[in-house]
Design a protein around this ligand. Structure first.
Ligand code: ADP
Ligand code: MG
Length: 271
């Protein structure tokens, strides 16, 4: 791992002037039994940009993120992160195996923040943040501790390093989860409705940390119903329904002047 204590925009950048997308999803399909959940998703995110994915419940947003994070294996299509193939390329049912180098790289390609924080209940905030660097990536404990404290500081939680999840509010727990995701220095941060499980008064502290990360130049793929966040922070908005991207583009265009009825109907419901 590089020597810098925390993930920075520089960790994520490709060569200056590069036009290579950081995330490139092409023809992604996912079927559970007979149920076609993703029906050919195309989506790209440039380095340092934030893409927000909106859409009704059941449209396949979580499945899409789970394929990117390899919690699910796609049925067809390809996902590249910073030019590297993630998972398998599947064509006509045939899988193309990855090289060991590709597998080693892709383990650190993405990290996910879930709706329900998923912290280890019997470990402190700091231990949660140190867990993957120490146990998965073999970072020496002292260094992981130093980096973990820097990350907790970055999400405004320095005083809470030795607190257990049950001693923290939902907003604080989610900020620990963000610090934990950053600890593996992912090229792309994935968020799956990170504020949906929070009491309304705790939503802003989490969105504010996410806004800071976006301004620092991290590449982020964010599933959210927070329209104001999408409007203010996203570079691109993707609207999904029924396993396809119905429309995408500049937030002002998609959110203020959507061109599809399904987008209009969804926005009427959430605004
Ligand atoms: P969203 O996040 O947009 O609400 P999901 O990706 O969670 O949508 O789900 C899309 C559809 O896929 C739903 O109909 C859901 O029931 C189905 N689905 C998701 N995961 C599984 C699974 N592991 N097995 C079977 N069906 C699933
Ligand atoms: Mg979901």
């Amino acid at each position: 791992m590089p020597e810098t204590p925390v993930a920075t925009a520089t960790d994520q950048q490709t060569a200056p002037g590069s036009t290579r997308p950081m995330v490139e999803i092409a023809g992604l399909c996912k079927t559970f039994g007979e149920h076609r959940v993703l029906k050919g998703i195309d989506l790209t995110v440039a380095p340092g940009q934030v893409a927000c994915i909106l859409g009704p419940s059941g449209s396949g947003k979580s499945t899409l993120l789970r394929c990117v994070n390899q919690l699910e294996t796609a049925t067809d299509g390809a996902i590249h992160i910073d030019g590297e193939l993630v998972g398998y390329r599947v064509q006509g049912g045939r899988r193309h195996a990855l090289s060991p180098r590709q597998i080693a790289r892709q383990r650190r390609a993405t990290a996910m923040v879930f709706q329900r924080f998923n912290l280890l209940a019997h470990q402190t905030a700091l231990a949660n943040v140190m867990e993957a660097p120490v146990h998965v990536h073999g970072v020496p404990r002292d260094r992981a501790r130093e980096e973990g404290l820097a990350l907790l500081d970055r999400v405004g939680l320095s005083p809470y390093a030795e607190h257990y999840p049950a001693q923290l509010s939902g907003g604080q727990q989610q900020r620990v989860a963000i610090a934990r995701a950053l600890a593996v220095r992912p090229r792309v941060l994935l968020f799956d409705e990170p504020t949906s499980a929070l009491d309304p008064e705790l939503v802003d502290e989490v969105l504010s940390v996410m806004t800071d990360l976006a301004r620092e130049g991290l590449t982020m793929l964010v599933v959210t119903h927070e329209i104001a966040f999408a409007r203010d922070v996203a570079d691109t908005v993707f609207f999904m329904d029924g396993g396809v991207v119905v429309e995408s583009g500049d937030p002002a265009q998609v959110l203020n002047a959507p061109s599809h009825d399904r987008t209009r109907a969804f926005l009427r419901r959430v605004l």
